[in-house]
Design a protein around this ligand. Sequence first.
Ligand SMILES: [Zn+2]
Length: 129
Amino acid sequence: MRTCPDCHAEYLDEPELCRSCGAPTISQDQAALWAALRDRIATERLVAVCALESPVDEAFLRRLLVDAGIPHAVHGGSVGGPLPGVDQGAVQGWGTLLVLEEHEEEARRVVRRYQESVVAEADASEPTA
Ligand SMILES: [Zn+2]
């Protein structure tokens, strides 16, 4: 079974994305990590690891973080507004990706790899004059 970390829908047929809200689903093993994140959202400061520029950015990065087993939350983004209880002020741009402090370094590595792959793709598609 997989569950949605955002709207908590449960799926026996294990889709990659939630059919209600589009978030990447997580495994049973990962559910405990996300529950810990939710418990701590209200009491601890989450770290903003990167700004999300678009829904595509959000979808790719969330997928990569789920695959890496890193619980995260999105301030804004497809949720459409500020994350309740999070001290991050107004949503800037499309949204912000947030993680617990102990996952910051790992999350930044995932984000950096993603950003490098996006740049590499853009370079590859540029015409060589
Ligand atoms: Zn959902």
